[in-house]
Design a protein around this ligand. Sequence first.
Ligand code: UDP
Length: 329
Amino acid sequence: MKILVVGGAGYIGSHCVRQLLAAGHQPIIIDNFVYGHRDSIPEGLTVYEGDMGDIAFTQPILEKEQVEIVMHFAAFAYVGESTSDPLKYYDNNVAKTVHLLQAMRNANVNRFIFSSSCTIFGESSKMPLHEDLPLQAFSPYGQTKQDVEVLLGYCAKAYGLSYACFRYFNASGADPEGTIGEDHDPETHLIPLAIQAARGQRDKLVIFGMDYPTPDGTCLRDYVHVNDLSRAHIAAFDKLKTPGTELHYNLGTGKPASVLEVINTVEAVSGLSVPHEFGPRRPGDVPAAYAYPEKAISELNWQIEFPDIKSIVETAWKWHESHPNGFEK
Ligand code: UDP
């Protein structure tokens, strides 16, 4: 199928592009290259550089390329920045998505896959997180994801849009082939920061909080491999054939790891020590967040190839070893 991957040069988008190719689909990329990396794009793929919120740019692409499904990975995702500059986040994550959906409607493209986030569940004390829990985001970033999910529901009912929202837990790891991986600027995620500290590219890792109500006092998170996330998206294509289909899936392994467990795993995989110290809690962090992934497993026949933190860190380590400075540097 012809798939338009919006944000296809980003971390998760670029992994999805590889998985689409492997599954025999034809991905086409739109990216504005604010965060995306040109070197992540496989040779020979059609790439349009521009603004997903510009209908005069996107609608002709949708029509000319005869796009069947749009996958949207092009969100801003720094929770802290969303609090200090909420307008930036509402503009990119909500307003531009509205325009993308309008362009799809104009071009008669009515299948949409949206990258959502487990942060829409807010500070739920009910773990694991399953799909029926109430949405109660508490950061501007999380609220933008929640707002788009709600809008998609209205679009399904009003226009017959078929959509799938995938709520990612902690996307991590890298394609085992070793040519693409995680390269954010600034980097805020635990696994790359721990690896960079082990490699001496950072002085140390600061662990945000040691007194959480968890077995070792550090936060529990559900690290899920980017290729596993990508394959769940592709597994939903068939279900989107019926107009007005609404799908929601929580994507995690269901097996959380603490910050200390991640550090221990990076040390075991790399054979190096991760210099670290304990610091204060990071505002907005919840003690634990992990998925109940059974819905995706049973309905999409989703196969988790990287079910534990070790297998995920191994792929991340391989990427960082071979690309110590990431892409294009
Ligand atoms: N974390 C940490 N030190 C860091 C970065 C992250 O202790 O320098 C912790 C953070 O508090 C959270 C976990 O690692 O409990 C995962 O954080 P990350 O930013 O990777 O993802 P999040 O769960 O915030 O989406």
